[in-house]
Design a protein around this ligand. Structure first.
Ligand SMILES: [Zn+2]
Length: 103
């Protein structure tokens, strides 16, 4: 009788398009491209092409500079930008605990 392989707990991982760090999906915020624009998707369940960003201002700034448009293969409209900037404004500037590992 062949033993069943132990089931490893699978933690989905995604790459932050701002800093290219691979992290557990739950620590990232999903941004999704819809027919009528680019939206924040806190539930992670919206349909459409998605990209992931850290909850870190620097990553969002980088994303808004072009990484996000690249990842979603779409040009950000003024409205998209405003929406993302409002979200970005609520984020902490740096997360000290997460930059430690890279320094
Ligand atoms: Zn990042």
């Amino acid at each position: 009788m062949a033993g069943k392989p132990a089931k490893l707990k699978h933690v989905p991982q995604r790459t932050c398009i701002g800093c290219r760090t691979v992290l557990a999906k739950r620590t990232l915020t999903r941004v999704v491209r819809q027919a009528d624009g680019v939206f924040i998707d806190p539930s992670g369940k919206m349909n459409g092409r998605g990209a992931y960003l850290h909850n870190q201002k620097s990553c969002w700034e980088h994303g808004l500079k072009g990484a996000l448009a690249n990842a979603l293969k779409v040009a950000l409209t003024t409205e998209d930008r405003q929406r993302l900037e409002i979200y970005m404004a609520s984020l902490p500037k740096e997360s000290a605990s997460e930059t430690d590992a890279q320094a």
